[in-house]
Design a protein around this ligand. Structure first.
Ligand code: FES
Ligand SMILES: [Fe+2]
Length: 395
């Protein structure tokens, strides 16, 4: 376990962060973009990190190709499968027909079987994998790593996997920096999800730790020493006031699923993990996949580990009657409402640095430092490498 404290080095970290962690997203990672059940023979068009992409299924497998015909730019999502059972898609305009596995032009139907253009044109393809009923895509030109490297163990080993997906206005970077103690005890107080919980007002001694807890691999975890109990704000009065109906005490975080006790954690490429959310016995993950300049796919995944039918019935009842709606839909909509403003602010001001710093911001800065230090395919971005920072930029 390693404590990551970045508060003394803020300016340099922010500079590296903006240079190496692009607002369009990190391409050298697998990202979840759809449910397997939704990808069928009929093409599904998406914009992913600015790329027009079409997802479709052929011969039982999911494929992704660039949603632009190289002939005259027609969207291949308007196309059809003219050879049932094959791996092809045919463009709607002039009938160019591509193999979706490698992108090769295998026929030009309006030029006959001997068309000399065959084999000479190609549409870009993207590696696709399916795990746990989710479609994962690799948007970089580089050779992909095994998809399991980018899927947390807690998801790979889950017995129940349920998602909520929506396109949100904003930028993925601000949502990765949303989770944490600086907002949770305040923003969510009035949510239905938290209304019956006796919330503490603040966390004492917040700090970030990089390490492994339980069986879920390495994460940057937000730790704190104690729940703040002093409610007296001199000259102002008491806060928080106890509200009628707050009968669930916020207990100790011990014995979470997969051995995870920390409430909130983050890892590259910007995955947030929350233990015991949205119901007891769940591990929750969320991804933020940038689509266009002002939107991202907010991909929320709840994982459960019931082993008997009775446990499963209990888990599903609590999830569908309460956790999904009150937690993943409503509670998390409060976060979306805030991060949309963060994006608008960053567009106006060119950045969105927590300034002036207050103690809970330490986690956001630790994430920035961890991200630039551990970035896959980073080009010597380490904070410890002098080469990475040109002289002009450090002054
Ligand atoms: S634009 Fe696609 S075949 Fe002509
Ligand atoms: Fe939140």
């Amino acid at each position: 376990m390693q404590v990551i404290d970045a508060r003394a080095d803020t300016a340099r970290i922010n500079q590296l962060f903006y240079r190496h962690i692009p607002e369009s997203g990190l391409r050298n990672y697998w990202h979840p973009v759809a449910m397997s059940r939704d990808i069928t023979e009929q093409p599904t068009a998406m914009t992913l990190m600015g790329d027009p992409v079409v997802l479709l299924r052929r011969q039982g497998r999911a494929y992704a190709v660039r949603n632009e015909c190289p002939h005259r730019g027609t969207r291949l999502s308007k196309g059809s499968c003219e050879f049932p059972g094959s791996r092809t898609i045919t463009c709607r305009y002039h009938g160019w027909t591509f193999d979706v596995a490698d992108g090769r032009l295998v026929a030009a139907l309006t030029d006959g079987p001997d068309s000399p253009i065959v084999g000479k044109a190609r549409v870009r393809t993207y590696p696709v994998e399916e795990r746990k009923g989710i479609v994962w895509i690799w948007l970089a030109d580089s050779a992909p790593v095994p998809v399991e490297q980018d899927i947390p163990n807690g998801l790979l080993q889950a017995d129940e996997v349920h998602t909520v997906r929506r396109i949100a206005p904003g930028n993925w970077r601000w949502h990765v920096e949303n989770p944490g103690l600086g907002h949770a005890t305040f923003l969510h107080r009035d949510s239905a999800y938290m209304r019956i919980v006796d919330m503490f007002g603040y966390a004492q001694g917040p700090h970030a730790v990089l390490g492994q807890e339980g069986e879920d691999g390495e994460w940057l975890m937000e730790k704190f020493e104690a729940m703040g109990s002093n409610r007296d704000y001199p000259g102002l009065g008491q806060w928080p006031r106890h509200r009628f109906g707050e009968f669930i005490p916020l207990g100790d975080f011990v014995g979470g699923p997969m051995g995870v006790r920390t409430i909130v954690s983050v890892r590259l490429p910007g995955i947030v993990r929350v233990a015991r959310f949205p119901i007891e016995g769940a591990l929750y993950y969320e991804w933020f996949v940038q689509t266009d300049a002002d939107h991202y796919l907010y991909f929320q995944v709840a994982c459960g580990y019931p082993k008997t039918w009775l446990q499963r019935a209990s888990w599903l009842t609590r999830f569908f009657a309460w956790g999904r709606w009150a937690g993943m839909v409503r509670f998390n909509a409060q976060d979306l409402d805030m991060t949309e403003d963060s994006h608008a602010y960053a567009k106006t001001h060119g950045s969105n640095d927590p300034a002036p710093l207050y103690r809970p911001d330490g986690f956001q800065l630790a994430w920035r430092r961890y991200a630039v230090d551990h970035l896959r395919g980073g080009h010597g971005t380490s904070l410890h490498s002098d080469r990475a920072v040109p002289q002009t930029a450090t002054s």
